[in-house]
Ligand binder design. Structure first.
Ligand SMILES: [Cu+2]
Length: 175
C-alpha cells in the first residue's frame, strides 16, 4: 500500500514537471472591414485581436509562431518574466525578428499569475492588429472565485497606416 502511494506521488510529480500548454499562432495580412472601409490589416489565426492565450503558473508555455506575411514580424510578451531570447524585442538579448515566411517557437516557464498582453514589436504592427491577451492562472486555488471569466481587450483602430501615427506623434513631440 505504501509503495502504491509512493509511486502515485512520483507519477503526479512527473506530470507536474512535464506540464505544458502549447499554441500555434498564424500571422497573416488580410482584408479586414471594421469601419466600413476594407483595408489590409494583420490577423493572428484569422482574428483581431489575436487569440487569448491561457497558461497555468508553473507550466511551460510553448507558442509556435508562423509568419505568413511578406515582412518581418515579432511577438513580445509584455511584462512577462522570461529568458531574454524569448522576450521578442528585435536587437535585444540576441532576438531577431521572424523573417517573412519564417517560424519561431517561444518557450518559457510561467512564473507569475494575472492578466497580461502580447503584441508585435516590429514596424508599428501592433497598431495594425497584432496584439492579444494572456491569462496566467494560479497553480493552486484561485483566490478570486467566479463562475466564468471574461477577457476584455481595448485598442485603438484606424484604417490608416501605422507609420502615419508615428510621424504625427514625432511631429507633435518636437513642437
Ligand atoms: Cu509591450
Amino acid at each position: 500500500m505504501r509503495k502504491n502511494i509512493f509511486f502515485t506521488f512520483i507519477l503526479l510529480l512527473l506530470v507536474q514537471l512535464v506540464c505544458a500548454e502549447e499554441y500555434q499562432l498564424e500571422i497573416a495580412r488580410q482584408a479586414v472591414n471594421i469601419t466600413g472601409h476594407t483595408v489590409d490589416k494583420i490577423t493572428v489565426n484569422g482574428s483581431i485581436p489575436s487569440p487569448t492565450l491561457q497558461f497555468t503558473e508553473g507550466e511551460e508555455a510553448i507558442v509556435h509562431v508562423t509568419n505568413h506575411m511578406n515582412e518581418p514580424t515579432s511577438v513580445h510578451w509584455h511584462g512577462i518574466l522570461l529568458p531574454g531570447l524569448m522576450d521578442g524585442v528585435q536587437g535585444l538579448n540576441n532576438y531577431t525578428d521572424i523573417a517573412a515566411g519564417g517560424h519561431f517557437t517561444y518557450r518559457f516557464k510561467v512564473r507569475q499569475t494575472g492578466s497580461y498582453w502580447y503584441h508585435a514589436h516590429t514596424n508599428g504592427q501592433e497598431q495594425d492588429g497584432l496584439y492579444g491577451a494572456m491569462i496566467f492562472k494560479p497553480r493552486l486555488k484561485d483566490p478570486i472565485m467566479s463562475d466564468r471569466d471574461y477577457t476584455v481587450v481595448i485598442s485603438d483602430y484606424s484604417v490608416s497606416l501605422p507609420s502615419l501615427f508615428s510621424n504625427f506623434l514625432m511631429g507633435c513631440a518636437v513642437r
